[in-house]
Write a protein that binds this ligand. Structure first.
Ligand SMILES: [Zn+2]
Length: 135
């Protein structure tokens, strides 16, 4: 377990978006693609308190939707692509962007909940600090 100062909100969010532990920034936040690890494998921070639920999917849909729909409208207005070309370009781009953003967005949301001490993160962070002081 590492003995380190609490990170700032911005630091914790950046660590979450990089899919690392919001507390230490070194341990892996995920044990599978979208499964958050129960504990950090470096500092021991409990991570199972997160309750991201469907929020990462909603955020990713909003981001990808704005990008793809904007590009579709822009190309349609400026180049009048045929439908087959739209489907060939935008469907794969939608899938790739969605898969690329899901994990960082979920990490960001889990880190936000950690930084705001939501859903039991406050108690576990207090217990972690107490262990660090006594060890
Ligand atoms: Zn950690």
């Amino acid at each position: 377990m590492t003995d380190q100062a609490e990170p700032t909100m911005i630091t914790a969010l950046a660590r979450g978006a990089r899919c690392t532990c919001p507390h230490c920034g070194e341990g892996q936040l995920f044990r599978k693609f979208l499964k958050v690890a129960d504990k950090c494998n470096v500092c021991g921070q409990d991570l199972h308190h997160h309750r991201a639920d469907d929020m990462p999917a909603y955020v990713v849909m909003s981001i990808v939707g704005h990008i793809v729909v904007g590009l579709v409208l822009w190309t349609e207005i400026n180049y009048s692509w045929p439908v087959w070309l739209h489907l060939t370009v935008w469907l794969p781009l939608t899938v790739v962007l969605t898969l690329a953003l899901l994990q960082p967005v979920k990490g960001f949301i889990a880190a936000l909940q950690w930084a705001l001490r939501m859903h039991g993160f406050g108690e576990s962070r207090g217990a972690l600090a107490a262990v660090a002081v006594h060890s």
